[in-house]
Design a binder for this molecule. Structure first.
Ligand code: LLP
Length: 422
């Protein structure tokens, strides 16, 4: 996936589409998440372009960014959703999405969540354990419904990504061991009120190579063949999400490359009739957003220069949690010749881990605006109120128009659900 092409300098000012980020900061304040609708559409199109007229359902991995406006836009483009909680299901419904295009993943589905999903009529449960299978069967029986199930198998492949976001290895908590999956399918056949509809895996996130996907697919195909021999037929195969984006200079894969490899491999194994489900999150939204922040102070000690900004780890946890790299751009472009210093860009939170970027060459002074790039995925959705900081507003840009899609939280809201003892 390419870089953030909808965020460009125009007359030396960084814009989201045709809207100046200076203008947005003035109007809505900072920190501020700014998204480009065109960038969302472009990312969606890059998947569509690879579909080759085949039966593909893209279930947006909404944990990347679950704002209702974003869900609603993807719904209108034709997306289904990959959910991992009852809260996410409620968001899909509130955003006008179709439960019949929802796949329900996650290792810890609670009974109420299973009930809600059955009542809403989701496409399938991606089942991650035998205990879950039994629970789904029992609840479906109680409700007089049939639960569509797909087992999430753990294919034991190395996605070659950060250990915290690698999920397809034996030592991870996710999925059902592929060696054991046949027996669990046989169990699903016997349990009441279940219908086997598919097979699923998700091997990790920010993947930039085709090989791990291919390894996983081959392992799944082998299992599908074995199951066919036992009379268990699949309607769909779900290869999860995980396609990486360019944060800096990563060589990334285009969705069309992934899709092409999948179709070719399925065809070569006479499985071209299966519906393909994918669950991309980051690659649909990551480069469609930036986090706008203002420099509050510049300070230096013997070792370092610091730019203390008004955004922090509560707004963007990725740098401190995964050592992730996000581009930092000044909203006003400075001439190449201007004198730059090396800064750590840090927030106001009382933690040494509160940093957004390290050792960046910048020409800045207090009051300047910075854009933290590639903040469309896993930024707001992982935000917290740590240090009693209200979460920032989110704005969607369309051309030269900008709409607030989530209001800035206010101070009273921080403790509205709290109560002192009497
Ligand atoms: N499907 C399942 C079952 C998942 O667990 C995930 C992500 C996705 C789909 C979407 O993956 P994507 O296409 O976005 O890579 N917070 C981390 C990423 C955690 C991903 C968790 N699962 C980060 O900021 O890098």
């Amino acid at each position: 996936m390419t870089a953030a092409t909808q965020f460009q300098y125009k007359n030396e000012v960084l814009h989201a589409e045709d809207t100046s980020l200076l203008h947005l900061a003035k109007k809505f304040g900072t920190p501020l998440y700014v998204y480009s609708l065109q960038a969302l559409k472009d990312a969606w199109k890059s998947y569509e372009e690879g579909m080759q007229g085949r039966d593909v359902l893209i279930c947006y991995g909404m944990k990347a960014n679950s704002n209702l406006a974003i869900l609603n836009q993807f719904h209108k483009m034709g997306a289904g959703f990959d959910i991992v909680s009852g809260g996410e299901l409620a968001r899909v419904i509130a955003a006008g999405g179709e439960p019949s295009k929802v796949v329900f993943s996650g290792v810890g589905k609670q009974s109420w969540e299973i009930r809600d999903a059955l009542e809403a009529g989701v496409k399938c449960f991606n089942v991650e354990s035998e205990g879950e299978l039994e629970r789904i069967s029992r609840i479906a029986y109680e409700l007089g419904k049939t639960a569509p199930v797909s087992l999430r198998v753990n294919p034991d492949v190395d996605a070659k990504t950060h250990p915290y976001i690698s999920t397809g290895l034996k030592e991870n908590k996710f999925g059902i061991d592929i060696q054991h999956a046949k027996d669990v399918y046989l169990k699903a056949l016997k349990l009441p009120n279940l219908k086997i509809t598919g097979i699923d895996c998700h091997i990790g996130s920010q993947i930039t190579e085709l090989a791990p996907y291919k390894d996983a697919l081959k392992k799944l195909i082998k299992l599908i063949k074995k199951l066919e021999g036992l009379g268990i037929k699949m309607q769909h195969i779900d290869l999860g999400g995980g396609l990486g984006i360019r944060y800096t200079n990563e060589q990334t894969l285009a969705p069309a490359q992934l899709l092409d490899m999948i179709f070719t491999t399925l065809d070569a194994n006479n499985l071209g009739h299966l519906q393909l489900v994918l669950e991309p999150g980051r690659s649909l939204v990551g480069n469609a957003g930036v986090l706008l922040t203002r420099v509050e102070y510049i300070k230096s000690n013997e070792a370092k220069n610091f730019a203390v900004v008004d955004a922090a780890m509560n707004d963007l946890l990725r740098p401190t949690l995964y050592d992730a790299w996000h581009g930092i751009q000044t909203v006003i472009k400075h001439p190449e010749s201007s004198k730059q210093e090396t800064y750590d860009v840090v927030g106001p939170i009382c933690e040494s881990g509160d940093w957004l970027a390290k050792d960046r060459s910048l020409h800045i002074k207090p009051g300047d605006l910075l854009a933290v790039m590639s903040a469309g995925a896993y930024a707001f959705s992982m935000a917290s109120q740590y240090n009693s900081r209200p979460r920032a507003a989110e704005v969607m840009v369309r051309g030269n128009k900008a709409d607030v899609i989530r209001k800035r939280e206010n101070i009273q809201g921080l403790f509205i659900n709290e109560q002192t003892l009497d």
